[in-house]
Design a binder for this molecule. Structure first.
Ligand SMILES: NC(=O)c1ccc[n+]([C@@H]2O[C@H](COP(=O)([O-])OP(=O)(O)OC[C@H]3O[C@@H](n4cnc5c(N)ncnc54)[C@H](O)[C@@H]3O)[C@@H](O)[C@H]2O)c1
Length: 330
């Protein structure tokens, strides 16, 4: 009846990142097939503390996998100065039948990798055939996992990186090469890089749009995945197709929030949720000229599903620390 506590080291040891693309794809299919219970995430704004910070509560239940839980995760702007990651959180797994807390585990590692894998799976379904150039805007944690996951699925693609801080680009290129064996090209000029992109991944902490519509090539797949709008309004309004991971969430967070609130876009402008395309119910890209914008704000279902795989492995391998949380029930 005990709960298993899993540290970030435990989670990392139990979750080879190369396996995450497949897990994320599975969950997109489950979501598309209506096999996921997932209310939209709840955002807790903590900026009134004087810190630029927020936390999200992201519950999900996947009945086919007996996986229920909550990711509780946030972004902490001042962490960069402290050498801490911007995004940090935990996942709590609950036994659907009894309510027993099966596990409390680090959620940062799971979240970082499922974010990267979401980008890669979107590329799989939506990029132009035989695309070559992937441009990462933002040399941060999520940028790294996205580059590694895209390389895992598309080893022949050419990846380059842009960041406002040259030292971040240098560190990114070094880590991608040494840790993940992914060659990445340095790009100093955002406009020049975007003009060449077949796939454009926006993973910055910028709070104001800076990607211009006239920079985009025909056929580009743009993945704005930050928590705030990064591409100017025209990029969104001129897209041939807008695809989201969950409309219930995308309307309130990230790239589409502002235009939705201004009533310049609504659900009618959304072509499909990615789950419908992954599960074969809708066609994704129809030609090589379409400019597709896929807004992936992040599904708690991914985190809960992956956490359940990690927990099952931990039980099998005897990993983690047993603690007594729900002791009245034991
Ligand atoms: N969609 C999802 O599922 C998901 C999941 C986790 C995080 N996020 C979001 O992704 C974003 C990135 O998170 P992270 O953990 O990688 O943060 P991070 O702090 O590790 O990296 C962000 C990078 O963006 C760079 N940057 C900021 N403004 C820029 C600009 N105008 N041009 C170029 N580079 C710029 C910073 O220098 C930094 O290197 C955040 O908005 C975060 O909330 C999304």
């Amino acid at each position: 009846m005990q709960t298993i506590a899993l540290s970030q080291q435990d989670v990392a040891a139990l979750l080879p990142y190369a396996e995450v693309n497949g897990m994320v794809d599975t969950v997109f299919k489950e979501w598309g097939n209506g096999n996921v219970v997932m209310p939209p995430k709840i955002n807790l704004d903590m900026s009134r503390s004087g810190y630029d910070s927020w936390n999200n509560a992201m519950p999900a239940f996947l009945p086919n996998h007996n996986a229920a839980g909550l990711k509780w995760i946030g972004g902490y702007k001042s962490n960069a100065d402290k050498g801490l990651p911007y995004i940090r959180g935990i996942v709590i797994l609950t036994e659907p039948e009894t309510g027993r807390t099966l596990s409390v585990m680090d959620g940062t590692y799971i979240s970082d990798w499922r974010t990267g894998a979401s980008a890669a799976v979107a590329v799989k379904y939506l990029a132009r055939k035989n695309f070559k150039k992937v441009v990462m805007i933002g040399a941060g944690t999520q940028g790294k996992t996205a580059a590694a996951c895209i390389h895992e699925l598309f080893p022949d693609s050419e990846i380059s990186v842009v960041d406002i801080f040259p030292e971040k680009r240098t560190a990114f290129i070094k880590e991608m090469s040494e840790k993940f064996h992914v060659p990445v090209k340095d790009e100093k000029d955002v406009e020049g890089a975007v003009r060449t992109a077949d796939v454009l991944v926006l993973l910055t902490t910028a709070k104001k749009p800076f990607i211009k519509n006239e920079w985009l090539k025909d056929g580009v797949l743009t993945l704005p995945m930050g928590s705030y709008q990064q591409a100017e309004d025209q990029v969104i309004l001129n897209a041939d197709k807008i695809i989201v991971d969950s409309w219930g969430q995308a309307a309130h967070r990230g790239e589409l929030k502002s235009l939705t609130e201004l009533r310049k876009i609504s659900e009618k402008n959304i072509y499909a949720e990615l789950g419908l395309i992954a599960s074969g119910q809708k066609i994704g890209r129809e030609n090589s000229k379409e400019r597709i914008l896929a807004v992936l704000v992040g599904l708690g279902a991914h985190d809960v599903f992956i956490a359940k795989q990690v927990y099952d492995k931990a039980v099998k391998n005897g990993r983690g620390q047993k603690i007594c949380l729900n002791d009245f029930a034991s």
